[in-house]
Design a protein around this ligand. Sequence first.
Ligand SMILES: Cc1cc2nc3c(=O)[nH]c(=O)nc-3n(C[C@H](O)[C@H](O)[C@H](O)COP(=O)(O)OP(=O)(O)OC[C@H]3O[C@@H](n4cnc5c(N)ncnc54)[C@H](O)[C@@H]3O)c2cc1C
Ligand code: FES
Length: 315
Amino acid sequence: MLQIQAKIVSNTQIARGYFKMCLDAPAVAQKAEPGQFIYVHTSNEYQPLLRRAFSVHKISHQPPVTSHQLKNKEKLKQMEILYRVRGEGTRILAEKKAGEELDIIGPLGKGFALCPLPFTLYPVLVGGGVGIAPLVFLAQNLAKNRKPRTTSLRGRPKTENRILVLIGAKTKKEILCKDEFERLGCEVKVATDDGSQGFKGKVTELLRNILASRSPFPVPRIYACGPRPMLKEIAQLAQQYEIPCQVSLEERMACGVGACRGCVIKAPSSRLPRTASLRGRHASGQKTKKPENSFVYKRVCKDGPVFETGEIIWE
Ligand SMILES: Cc1cc2nc3c(=O)[nH]c(=O)nc-3n(C[C@H](O)[C@H](O)[C@H](O)COP(=O)(O)OP(=O)(O)OC[C@H]3O[C@@H](n4cnc5c(N)ncnc54)[C@H](O)[C@@H]3O)c2cc1C
Ligand code: FES
């Protein structure tokens, strides 16, 4: 974890209320993993006091500039965040100009576990609204070693052998990052609430249909980020179809580094009561009852923000 002054390379509106900011922060970008976040001081003033969390959206490579970099064929890494203007902090961020500096801490948290999959099996990524942000970096990493196969017919990538990305948005104007996923070789399907593009309905309905038909290929793993009700539904679907699933949660944060416990969620406890043996029996030989409230608290900023869906008690 580093705290640095990162120079803003660009800060561009990509849709109404949505911005992409590119930061010159090679030391943080170098260490960042998909699903991790940076913690940003949006203002140089006293207010807003608390930092704001943003997922690492993308890492881009820039050509070397100094003679040392040229000699060592070093590529500079820049980092992007994708954000929606919601309140005071993001409003201030949207006003920032290229060349200004931003106080950031990162990379923070536990990101997605990139479990190896057989070459023929491809995961599904599901993003709702600005929840699509961390999935581009994830797709960048997943796509590295999983280039789409080409058919012998027309040399086109075979759709059934690609990472499938499902993007959920209210209307077609709010569909984010479609081109970027396609550039990475992913197959992209879109769901809009009003049906202005793609499937009409929630992205979870689209996922449900795909899982029901097990098409275009058996789904070995789901990665998702978006609003909590969407993630809860995806967790239920994953359980129903017995698919391992990781989700990235958003929770209001204070310290951002695991110290204040202000961002906790409930997780099932795997601990047995002290008197119980490992086989769930009391020292007397009687069966022990599972305690009714057997949960522990986990910190979204430190133990997450990415969790396996089974690690979360969905309330
Ligand atoms: C790990 C993590 C990663 C995140 N990644 C992104 C990202 O990539 N892009 C992005 O746009 N946002 C992301 N967020 C949410 C982002 O941190 C908030 O949108 C931001 O803090 C809002 O700041 P604000 O000052 O503009 O809004 P505020 O004035 O603080 O709040 C405005 C409204 O947004 C709600 N809100 C604020 N923060 C959160 C939060 N953390 N979770 C849910 N609701 C919140 C408030 O309840 C309020 O209704 C992430 C949050 C976390 C915890
Ligand atoms: S914000 Fe302090 S522990 Fe997570």
